[in-house]
Design a protein around this ligand. Structure first.
Ligand code: V07
Length: 265
């Protein structure tokens, strides 16, 4: 039933939101926002629907939040779509999830292109099914030259695996004499991560009330502002992102005068 639903039929309530967006744009915005999109299963359970109906509804939220992030001049929006641990879920659910990139891009890629959004991904791509990789690679290719929001999907991503891979590459480069042990420092280490091209997240949002990081961007979030909300991902609306960004701006303003990057190190 839910598979046959028309996907993008939500009218966007701009009038009330526009004023707050304008206000936000007058102050420094987070450059990189990362989101752990949790609570899709719970959303479905509350409605006596199958879990996958929650994942499907969550995809509609991805579209809305992407468009708002673009409007807020956010440079990078990283969305945790599938973790390395998610393979442990029932096969039916995993198969369904692996079909979502294709479905999402099938409906939404033209709009992403029109809106100048660039799609990228982090995570171990080789274990993804062929059709998933194809859909994602196609979107990455077709949006590679876009200069608006970077919509970065974490797919089959795990923070510890990423760190271990970086350590292996560094060890290899030391062995090959491309790097000396003295060269190894924070900035050098960051260049060996899948996020090498990105700045660290300024703001991390986790929906659905869980207060955990669940192996997400462990190295990159060392100085990130954290925002937890009880709202389930399918219910997360434009207003909720605006609320999180406003809170971020309030917090960073409070560092007053101090160069916060300097004061942290
Ligand atoms: C997924 C919907 C959002 C809630 C979280 C779990 C389910 C969009 C994508 C996607 C991924 C890559 C891409 C384009 C779209 C996606 C998965 C799950 C695995 F290039 N939503 N979404 N991928 N959910």
């Amino acid at each position: 039933m839910f598979k046959k639903m028309k996907l993008w039929n939500t009218p966007v309530k701009r009038n009330t939101i526009n004023e707050r967006v304008t206000r936000i744009l007058e102050q420094p915005c987070p450059e990189h926002v990362a989101i752990i999109m949790d609570g899709n299963g719970r959303w479905a359970k509350k409605r006596a629907l199958p879990r996958v109906a929650g994942h499907h509804e969550g995809m509609r939220t991805v579209r809305k939040i992407t468009m708002l992030a673009n409007q807020l001049n956010i440079k990078t929006l990283t969305l945790y779509a599938f973790s390395t641990e998610n393979w442990k879920r029932p096969k039916f659910e995993v198969d369904y999830l692996m079909g979502l990139p294709e479905e999402f891009l099938g409906s939404f890629l033209p709009e992403l292109i029109e809106e100048n959004v660039r799609v990228t991904m982090i995570g171990e791509e080789s274990r993804l099914p062929q059709k998933t990789r194809k859909a994602v690679d196609d979107a990455i290719g077709k949006t590679a030259k876009n200069t608006g929001l970077n919509l970065n999907f974490a797919l089959n991503y795990g923070g510890r695996a990423e760190i271990i891979d970086a350590v292996k590459s560094i060890a290899n480069d030391v062995k090959n004499e491309a790097l000396t042990i003295e060269d190894i420092n924070g900035p050098c280490f960051s260049r060996y991560l899948m996020t090498q091209a990105l700045s660290d997240p300024d703001l991390l949002i986790r929906t659905s009330g869980e207060l955990r990081l669940s192996n997400f961007m462990l190295w990159q979030i060392a100085y990130t502002e954290l925002w937890f909300t009880d709202v389930l991902w399918p219910d997360f609306s434009e207003t909720h992102l605006i609320e999180a960004v406003e809170a971020f701006q309030q917090r960073t303003r409070r560092y007053g005068g101090l160069n916060d990057e300097e004061s942290k190190r």
